[in-house]
Design a protein around this ligand. Structure first.
Ligand SMILES: Cc1cc2nc3c(=O)[nH]c(=O)nc-3n(C[C@H](O)[C@H](O)[C@H](O)COP(=O)(O)OP(=O)(O)OC[C@H]3O[C@@H](n4cnc5c(N)ncnc54)[C@H](O)[C@@H]3O)c2cc1C
Length: 436
């Protein structure tokens, strides 16, 4: 495989902007993503006729994808990068083919990590019932054809994603019973007022408001329990509290999520320094590792515009082009991310959501009560296997960090399970096996 001058992992808005900028400025660029088409979370391709005007007629998305196509960057979908090595300057990606899964080694001169973020889920009684979905997860399913028309849906948790998802579901015919936001109104009002300096975001928010005009937006409230329907096929209701009283809201589905957590596993494997939970970068999006850049959500949760400008900076920096003209825009979007973090910070009461029997690790079926008396991650993994299943702690890790304050101990390759067959198909593994 020829060495790409710039290899970009993640074809969301940040990765698309990075690959386009680098390719337009003369670099040979390879853009990898585990999905089959470029777009990331917000511009996820619909597999059915898209009813949502927000996604279907998104001019920003169409312009970005057209520019990427014309830039000359090579896009390889269906490649899940499970390892990266700064010393050899290679990443390893898993590719599913008709003949089975294959591991490929791809060399690079410069690497841009644009791996995005995932939803944070906090466990509560009933969260594993059929009918309970991640908010972004349900949105993705609907884009894939899952029918929600006529269904009564509660959208709950925290963050602006709730409104985006609720508006999308409403447009696809769901009856959004309420949007339940844990952040108090006193924190949301100054955040909303600050949007006057970002007219595009204000227009976006107003668009959600129009589509949700008859759905209550309950601030300072959270879901404490999901109650199953008598036939066990979905939900009958969710229990909601404002901290003083509780009530049941009838619904068929619950879409929930507590903001986002960054995907930093590849950056950690490469030894990049973190700042809190995020990858530390300089003004050119360069990490602490030479030739490794990072853009978009892994550097801070700040939305689409931040991802686009950071991606462009990283791509131009890799191509050795001037970037100073983008600094002001980048600083403005960083500021938005900081205000977002403050407004939607999780309230302490959410720490008492799980009871002893509530499952925290869904992969290994570990109940919250089994973590009592454990001293940290190593002890817990040894005694309970919590965090050791197929998702490798991606779901329970951030939840337990919030509930018990345990920081993840280390990241090892492969960052997600890889079939042995694929590793054996790997040329280096074959050479290793032959040498033994
Ligand atoms: C589930 C979800 C739904 C969202 N929906 C909306 C919405 O409706 N509206 C909105 O305004 N914002 C939404 N957001 C937020 C939005 O994603 C961000 O605001 C912004 O677009 C992030 O861009 P990005 O390029 O940094 O990341 P992303 O768009 O997340 O792109 C990252 C890409 O990298 C890929 N990737 C990650 N790790 C690997 C790996 N190891 N190997 C290969 N590929 C990898 C991912 O599959 C993804 O395609 C959503 C976020 C999430 C998590």
């Amino acid at each position: 495989m020829t060495r790409a001058q710039v290899l970009v992992v993640g074809a969301g808005p940040a990765g698309i902007a990075a690959a386009t900028a680098a390719a337009e400025n003369g670099c040979s660029v390879l853009l990898l993503d585990d999905n089959h088409s470029a777009g990331g979370q917000i511009w996820r391709a619909a597999t059915v006729h898209e009813r949502s005007s927000a996604a279907g007629k998104d001019t920003a998305k169409n312009l970005a994808l057209d520019r990427l196509r014309q830039s000359g960057a090579q896009v390889l979908g269906g490649r899940a990068v499970f390892n990266a090595d700064a010393v050899t300057g290679t990443v390893q990606a898993l590719r599913e083919s008709e003949l089975g899964s294959v591991a490929e080694t791809l060399p690079f001169e410069k690497l841009i990590l644009a791996t995005g973020a995932r939803e944070r889920f906090l466990p509560f009684p009933g969260w594993t019932l059929p009918g309970v979905f991640g908010a972004g997860g349900l949105q993705a399913l609907v884009r894939g054809g899952f029918p929600v028309a006529g269904k009564r849906v509660v959208v709950a948790g925290t963050g602006p994603l709730l409104l985006a998802v609720a508006a999308h579901l409403a447009e696809d015919g769901a009856r959004v019973a309420s949007v339940v936001e844990q952040a108090p109104l006193a924190r949301l009002l100054p955040f909303a007022a600050s949007l006057w300096s970002s007219p595009a975001k204000l227009v976006q928010g107003a668009g959600y408001g129009t589509r949700l005009w008859n759905s209550p937006y309950r601030t300072g409230c959270w879901v404490t329990e999901a109650i199953p329907a008598s036939d066990g096929r979905g939900l009958r209701a969710v229990r909601i509290t404002d901290g003083r009283s509780s009530w049941d809201e009838p619904c068929d589905l619950l879409a929930y999520g507590y903001h986002l957590v960054p995907n930093t596993e590849l950056a950690q494997l490469l030894g990049c320094t973190l700042r809190g939970s995020f990858v530390e970068v300089d003004a050119t999006q360069r990490t602490s590792q030479p030739n490794v850049y990072c853009a978009g959500e892994p550097t801070g949760i700040a939305g689409l515009d931040a991802a686009l400008v950071q991606g462009e900076i990283a791509g131009l920096a890799c191509a050795g082009r001037p970037i100073g003209h983008l600094f002001e825009r980048a600083a403005r979007e960083r500021g938005f991310g900081e205000r977002l973090e403050k407004a939607f910070a999780l309230r302490a009461e959410l720490r008492s959501l799980p009871c002893e029997q509530t499952i925290v690790c869904r992969c290994e079926d570990v109940a919250f009560g089994r973590l009592r008396g454990r001293t940290g991650w190593t002890d817990t993994k040894l005694q309970t296997r919590c965090g050791m299943g197929p998702c490798q702690g991606r779901i329970c890790g951030p939840a337990i960090e919030f509930l018990l304050g345990w920081k993840p101990v280390s990241v090892r390759q492969p960052i997600f399970p890889v079939p042995l067959q694929a590793l054996c198909s790997h040329p280096e593994s074959e050479a290793l096996a032959l040498n033994k």
